[in-house]
Structure formats: C-alpha cells, structure tokens
Design a protein around this ligand. Structure first.
Ligand code: 4HQ
Length: 243
C-alpha cells in the first residue's frame, strides 16, 4: 500500500475531493492511505507562526523552514517508511507526467509539501525536498490542488485501484498517443451518428479505425507528442525542442 503524507496549511481543502470516485474507493479498500498534516501544528511561538517577510525585501510572505522540517521529521518518526520521497509542489519543478506518476506509485510513502504565499524558504529545497514537482506552467495560490492531482494520478497506478478497463486503458496511453473517440447509445443523436465500423462487430477493423483516429487526434490536437516523421518517442517537450 502507498501512503501519501500531505503537509498543508489548509487540510480542509482536501475533504471531499479525495473521498469521491475511484480515489475514494481506493482509500476505503486500503490500496492507498492519505494522511493530512496541518503545518500550523509546527508553527513557531504562541502565534504558531509559519511565515515571515523575505530577507532583502520585495513584499509578500514566505514560509519559514522550521515548521516544514519539523513536520517531515515528525512524520518520519511517527510513521517510519522505507522507500520514500519528499516532494515540494512548485512551478519550478519537473512537470507531472504519466511516467512520473507511475514511478511514485512504486514507493512506500510520498510526502507532499504544499506551499502558500510567495513560496517557501529556499532551504526547504536545499535540505528537505528530494525534488520539486509542477503540474504546469501557471501560478496557483497554493500547492494543495497540485498535491490532489499527484494523489489522483498516482493512485491509478496502484494495482487493484482500476478495474479491468483500467489495465487496458493504461496500455492505450502507454503508446504515447491521444485516445480515439468514444461513442455510446444512442446511435443517432441530434443528427450525429456513431461511425458504422464501431457497430460492425469486425474487431480487427475496429482496432484499425481506432489506431487511425488516435494518430489523427494526436496530429491535429497535440502535434508536440509526435516526432517530425510522425512517430512516437517517449520524450518531454523540452527534450524534443532541444533537437
Ligand atoms: N504554486 N505546480 C505553491 C504553483 C504550482 C504549480 C504556486 C505552488 C504557489 C506557493 N505548484 N506556491 N504550478 O503554482 O505545483
């Protein structure tokens, strides 16, 4: 079982989103455990202070290092774990991707640190986090929503979390292409028909059609996933642009 220890100033943000659907069921079934830790608990002094003004000026507030270090140390002492990783959610991090989520799912424990305000004291990066992870090139008000995205994406890779459909579905993304379109009943809706091939019962023809649709969807919507010759190599956008 994978354990996610999430350190945050806003634990209540996680109530609800993690309880519903596939992730909620995975937690109930014991495939994944999520523990929330209120950073305020390790705040400094009578005010339980967790933030302060940045040295050198510039305005805004920065999370102090001590509460974050104390939180991680408390988690480690209270719940010892073997293979673990400490991840700081930050726009400076490596982008969260399918493969990255798969990697994390193989660990015993992941500690997710959610920042707020202008960010965290640099010493958290230097001496506490094993890596930084970003959910995309945009700025959010905190690391909580990104942490939920990590939790959701990682849970899908834990055996038993997805049913039979899941195994096949992972396969289809593993080829690096977008998925082909899906249709269900009715056969005709407001003049739009389900492609005949899908109702032909010819499984080889259906597989061929789907492969062609997947390639075409990828070419038109996400050409960045393809090489110049139209082939798929599993590389990041940055790696591809460097060529
Ligand atoms: N943050 N991917 C937390 C992000 C972010 C992202 C901005 C992280 C604010 C305090 N996190 N700081 N993008 O926008 O992970």
């Amino acid at each position: 079982m994978l354990v996610l220890d999430i350190v945050t100033l806003f634990p209540s943000m996680f109530f609800g989103p993690l309880d519903a659907g596939v992730l909620g069921r995975a937690r109930k079934n014991g495939h994944v455990a999520i523990r929330l830790h209120d950073l305020r608990r390790w705040g400094i002094g009578r005010q339980r202070q967790v933030d302060d003004t940045p040295y050198g000026g510039g305005g805004g507030m920065v999370l102090r290092p001590e509460p974050l270090f104390a939180a991680v140390e408390w988690i480690r002492t209270t719940y010892p774990a073997g293979r673990e990783r400490v991840i700081l959610l930050s726009p400076q991090g490596r982008k969260l991707r399918h493969e990255g989520a798969r990697e994390l799912a193989a660990l015993e424990r992941v500690i997710l640190l959610c920042g707020r305000y202008e960010g965290v004291d640099e010493r958290v990066r230097e001496g506490l986090a094993d890596e930084e992870m970003s959910i995309g090139d945009l700025v959010l008000t905190g690391g909580e929503l990104p942490a939920m995205m990590v939790a959701d994406a990682v849970a899908r890779f834990i055996p038993g979390v997805l049913g039979q459909s899941g195994a096949a579905e992972k396969e289809s993304f593993a080829d690096g292409l977008l998925e082909s379109p899906y249709y269900t009943r009715p056969v005709e809706f407001r003049g739009l028909r389900v492609p005949d091939v899908l109702m032909s019962g010819d499984h080889r023809a259906i597989a061929r059609w789907r492969a062609g649709q997947a390639r075409e969807a990828t070419r038109s919507k996400r050409p960045d996933l393809l090489d110049r010759d139209g082939s798929v190599t599993r590389r990041t956008g940055a790696e591809r642009r460097e060529e």
